[in-house]
Structure formats: structure tokens, C-alpha cells
Design a protein around this ligand. Sequence first.
Ligand code: ADP
Length: 239
Amino acid sequence: METDTAAVALAARNLTKIYRMGAIDVPALQGIDVDLHKGELLVLLGPSGSGKSTLLNILGGLDRPTSGEVRFGNQLLEMDSERALNRYRRNHVGFVFQFYNLIPSLTARENVALVTEIARDPMPPVDALTLVGLRDRLDHFPAQLSGGEQQRVAIARAIAKRPDLLLCDEPTGALDSKTGILVLEAILKINREFQTTTALITHNAVIAEIANRVLYFADGRIVETRCNEVQRAPGELTW
Ligand code: ADP
């Protein structure tokens, strides 16, 4: 994929984030410039504490930068407006986290329906669950599903509203490698079929092989960017 010439889905400029902890300032981001190209799969790699989650949260409108700006297409995100950020998240962003955050008393289908009920142009929950390979688990409760299956329900929930952006923070962090591969395959399938711009955080360097582009983080900065000539399939990876 020619990411250099592809349209920009999201652009961040000179982002900084400082957490104030009593008298101490913790600089989490120290001037980040990054473009996410439409349809690309971006992997964010780097040691714990290097700012990956902080960046992802700001890109997804979950958190605000101390300074700098984010543009979604040609629209500047209004970081001061909780309402504008809510609207942005609701209409454009799907999140997947390390822990699945499913509601235990609802079935897989009902967990996904919670989101589709408030979305503008959702796909039916059954379609979203079918996409992630859970057509035969619709009426299972989270406790009746494996960790990998629960994570795939979380992915179905994230993508059922047809988001422009899919932001994944350590989606395989709690899973064994075999199960993690199934989860990565589901994410890749969405990325390919819907051209969903996808950013995925991991501290597992092997996973970077599935990306179009890899950003390396250290101390709140992007210290290196690499384009993969060839994207490897999750099934080819071992860790
Ligand atoms: P990563 O995702 O790469 O592990 P984070 O973005 O979570 O890194 O954290 C970057 C830095 O910001 C770390 O030093 C972390 O301790 C600090 N940090 C993150 N979130 C908070 C918070 N809510 N309050 C204070 N400090 C935080």
C-alpha cells in the first residue's frame, strides 16, 4: 500500500501531554507529529511508559493534549468541548482495549447491540459478530466464552458502528499466542474489508510484522518510523 500518497484520515501536530502529579510534572508526550493514512494498519511499538496509550487516547478523543492539535479529515477536534469529543468518538472511533469490558449479564449479541442502538448507520450485531467468526456464539454470555472470543466480541462491538478509526490498545496483551493470532486476524479482516484506518499498540515486536507502518516510541516521542515492504499474515507469526 502506498501510504505516503494515501489520503490522511487523522493528523496530529506537535502534541504534548503533561500529567501533573502534585508538584511533579510527568511529560507523557513531548511533541508528536503523525499522520494516519486512510485504510492503513499502523503499529505503535515501544517500552512501557513511552506514551503510546496517551497518544491513542488523544487521537480517539478520550483524553486531551496539553498542547497541539488533531485533525480528523479537515475538521479540527475541539479539545475543549466534551460534547464535540463525545460526538467524534461516537460517530467515528472504535476502541479495543486489553481487557474486554463486556457486560457480564448480557449476551454477545446484546453487548454489541448496546452500541448499535446509539450509532448512526450501524451494521446488525449478528453481522458484526459473524465478521469476527462468532456466528455460533451469539447468545453466549461472556463467562461462557474464552478470552479470545470475548476479545472478538469487543472487536465486533467496536466495528459495528462502522467507525473510520479502529484504535486498539494491547488487544492481545492478555491472550496466549494462538488466541492472539485469531484476534489479530479479526482486526486485519476489518481493516481490509472496510478500509478502516487502524492503529494498534503492542509491546510485542513480532506483531509489528502485520503492519503497513510501524512507529517506535521512546520517552514520549516517535523516534523511528518503518514501512513494511511486506505485511506478514498473523498466522505466520510465532511468539
Ligand atoms: P505506554 O502506553 O507507552 O505504556 P503511557 O502513555 O501509558 O505509556 O504513559 C506515558 C507516561 O505518562 C508514563 O510515564 C505514565 O506513567 C504517565 N501517565 C499515563 N497516564 C497517566 C495518568 N493518568 N496520570 C499520571 N501519569 C500518567
